[in-house]
Design a protein around this ligand. Structure first.
Ligand SMILES: Cc1cc2nc3c(=O)[nH]c(=O)nc-3n(C[C@H](O)[C@H](O)[C@H](O)COP(=O)(O)OP(=O)(O)OC[C@H]3O[C@@H](n4cnc5c(N)ncnc54)[C@H](O)[C@@H]3O)c2cc1C
Length: 356
C-alpha cells in the first residue's frame, strides 16, 4: 500500500506553541513587512496569550535588528547568525528555518508574502509537512481551538475564504504586504534573545549573489494622495496627464491592473487584489470601472473622487464625489484649477490684524 506522507497529521498538536514570524531583512535592515508581521503577531499574541517569537537569519548586522524587532512588539528573537544569510537565498534559509521549526514546534508561523516570503513559505511547508494559506488579507486566532483563521479573497475576489489547518502543524500563513500595520515603536522595550549559529558554509550554497542591482520601486502604499488611472484612459500617454495632476496635488500616480498588463505603467503602481493596498487621504480614480478586485486595494481611502464617463460605473458607489464625463476634458481642467488655487493662495496678502 502506498502511504501518503502528506496526509499524515501532527501526532502531538498540543505540544506546538508560540506564534512565529519571519523577520525578513534587506541589507541589514528589517524590511517594512517584518514590522507589519510584528504588528499582526503582537495582536494575535495579546489575544491568545501565546508568545510572539521573531526568527531572524542574518550576518553579523543582525544585532541592531534584534533590538528593532523587540521595540516593534516581538517578545523573543531567535537570531541565527551566519555570513551566508546576508542576502536571501532559498536553500540556506529554507533548510535552516525548516530544521528550527521541526525542533522547536511553533503552533503558528506567519511570513510576509513578498517575493522572498512566497518562495520561502512554500519550501518550508513542504519540508515540515504542513499546509499554507498564501497571501492573506486578514489573520485571526480561534483561541478556544488554538486554530489560525487565515482569510484571503478567493474565486477572483468574489468571496473571502476563511481557511483552517486543523490537523497539521505549524499552521502557516503568508500575509499580503501593506495590509497589516506595525505598532508604534516602544523605545527601550525589553525582550528575550536567543543567539544561534549555523554550520552552513558558503561553498555548500549553490546559488551565488554576484551583484545587487537596486530596483527603483515606487511605494504607493504610504502616499497621502493617489491619482489612479484605468483602461478608460485608452493609451499610455494618458498617464502623463495624471502625472501633472498628481504633481500639483503632491501625490503619486497609480493604476488598475489592465494598464499594468498593457505595459503602460510599472507593476509597483498597481492597486488591488493582486497589487498593492493603499490607504490615502485622497484617492482619485480616473477611467477605472471599480471592479471588486480593484476596490479591494483602495476601499479604505479616506476620500474618493471618481472621474468616469459612465454614471453607472461601480466605482461611483465607492466615491464621495463623482465627476461624470471624459477624463481628457475633466483632468486638465482639474489640474488647472488646482494650479490657480495654489497661486492665489501664494499671492494672497497676509490677513490684517485689527485691534479694538
Ligand atoms: C484574480 C484577479 C485578480 C485581479 N486583480 C486586480 C488588481 O489587483 N487590480 C485591478 O485593478 N484589477 C484586478 N483584476 C482585474 C479586474 O477584474 C478588472 O478587470 C480591472 O480592475 C478593470 O480595470 P479598469 O477599471 O481600468 O478597466 P475597465 O473595466 O475597462 O473600465 C474602464 C472604465 O473607464 C471608463 N471610461 C472609458 N473611457 C473613459 C473616458 N474617456 N473618460 C472617463 N472614463 C472613461 C469606463 O466607463 C469604465 O468604467 C483582477 C482580476 C482577477 C480575475
Amino acid at each position: 500500500m502506498i502511504k501518503n506522507k502528506c496526509a499524515t497529521p501532527a501526532k502531538d498538536p498540543e505540544n506546538y506553541k508560540d506564534i512565529w514570524i519571519w523577520l525578513e531583512q534587506n541589507d541589514g535592515q528589517l524590511s517594512r513587512v517584518a514590522l507589519e508581521m510584528a504588528g499582526i503577531g503582537r495582536k494575535l499574541s495579546d489575544k491568545s496569550g501565546e508568545r510572539l517569537v521573531g526568527i531572524l537569519l542574518a550576518d553579523e548586522s543582525g544585532e541592531s535588528m534584534v533590538k528593532d524587532a523587540i521595540e516593534y512588539g516581538v517578545d523573543k528573537v531567535i537570531y541565527v547568525k551566519n555570513p551566508v544569510f546576508k542576502h536571501y537565498r532559498t536553500f540556506p534559509y529554507a533548510d535552516t528555518l525548516g530544521s528550527l521549526i521541526m525542533e522547536r514546534k511553533p503552533n503558528y508561523f506567519i511570513l510576509g508574502a513578498t517575493h522572498n516570503g512566497r518562495d520561502l513559505a512554500s519550501r518550508i511547508a513542504v519540508r515540515v509537512n504542513t499546509g499554507i494559506t498564501a497571501d492573506c488579507t486578514e489573520i485571526d486566532i480561534d483561541t478556544s481551538k488554538r486554530l489560525l483563521e487565515a482569510r484571503r479573497p478567493a474565486f477572483g475576489g468574489a468571496i473571502l475564504a476563511n481557511i483552517l489547518c486543523r490537523n497539521h502543524r505549524p499552521q502557516m500563513a503568508s500575509a499580503r504586504p501593506g495590509i497589516f500595520k506595525p505598532i508604534d515603536r516602544i523605545p527601550g522595550r525589553q525582550g528575550e534573545v536567543e543567539r544561534l549559529t549555523s554550520n552552513i558554509k558558503e561553498e555548500d550554497v549553490i546559488t551565488k549573489v554576484l551583484k545587487i542591482i537596486p530596483r527603483e520601486e515606487i511605494d504607493i502604499t504610504t502616499a497621502d494622495i493617489v491619482v489612479a488611472g484605468g483602461m478608460g484612459l485608452g493609451k499610455k500617454e494618458g498617464f502623463k496627464m495624471l502625472e501633472e495632476l498628481a504633481n500639483e496635488l503632491g501625490g503619486i500616480v497609480a493604476a488598475s491592473r489592465p494598464p499594468v498588463d498593457a505595459g503602460w505603467i510599472t507593476r509597483d503602481r498597481q492597486v488591488g487584489q493582486t497589487g498593492k493596498t493603499v490607504h490615502p487621504k485622497l484617492f482619485i480614480a480616473v477611467g477605472i470601472s471599480g471592479a471588486i478586485q480593484h476596490v479591494a486595494g483602495m476601499k479604505t481611502s479616506d476620500y474618493v473622487i471618481a472621474i468616469n464617463k459612465d454614471p453607472s460605473a461601480p466605482i461611483i458607489k465607492y466615491s464621495d464625489v463623482a465627476l461624470i464625463g471624459d477624463a481628457y476634458e475633466i483632468v486638465p481642467k482639474f489640474t488647472e484649477a488646482i494650479r490657480k488655487a495654489k497661486l492665489e493662495l501664494k499671492n494672497k496678502p497676509p490677513q490684517q490684524q485689527t485691534s479694538k
